[in-house]
Design a protein around this ligand. Structure first.
Ligand SMILES: Cc1ncc(COP(=O)(O)O)c(C=O)c1O
Length: 174
């Protein structure tokens, strides 16, 4: 089913959109994001952009859903974290950005109902340290992973008949 049919016929309350896509590593173009945002808004479906794979970019340019046209921002929740590149998973550092105030309030209420009331203090320290000091690490890691990808791609294409490696534009699964 196409994305358009999905939102039109099924009318889901929310659409979780993985950007960049996991596991293919595809980076969505801005006009593809706008199209999804348009359909979600038109059919009353909240767009939830899961951007946890946006740290490691091999080629192309990642566009966050937060850069969508203003008219779509009241129908958006962005979920992200620094876990993939910096291995902070156990510190519970994921966070959400919800531009619309009433939706943000509802989300916070739901978190409280589920007894998720405050962030992990070690997680906050890890998250800020990552964003303040992690740039060089990220550059080196991206280069290292890119070389691994190119080595594997070449090996597979030279040694395994009929296998084709899809282009990896972003991320990897550790
Ligand atoms: C697309 C996507 N979203 C969310 C998560 C959850 O990440 P974590 O378990 O590090 O919080 C993952 C983990 O692999 C993922 O691939």
């Amino acid at each position: 089913m196409t994305n358009k049919l999905l939102v039109k016929v099924v009318k889901p309350q929310l659409f979780i959109f993985c950007s960049p896509h996991n596991p293919s590593g595809k980076i969505w173009e801005k006009d593809e994001l706008e199209r999804i945002a348009f359909l979600c808004k038109k059919y009353g479906t909240l767009l939830v952009a899961d951007e946890v794979h946006s740290e490691i970019i091999f080629s192309g340019e990642f566009t966050s859903a937060l850069k969508l046209s203003e008219k779509y921002l009241d129908n958006l929740a962005v979920l992200t974290l620094p876990n993939k590149a910096f291995k902070l998973g156990r510190l519970k550092t994921s966070y959400s950005i919800i531009p619309d105030e009433s939706k943000r309030r509802i989300f916070l209420q739901r978190l409280k109902m589920n007894v998720i009331t405050s962030p992990n203090v070690f997680g906050v320290a890890g998250l800020t340290a990552t964003y303040d000091y992690g740039e060089e690490w990220l550059e080196q890691l991206t280069l290292y992973l890119r070389k691994n990808y190119e080595f594997s791609k070449q090996f597979i294409e030279e040694n395994i008949a009929n296998w084709k490696v899809i282009p990896a534009e972003a991320s990897y699964l550790p």
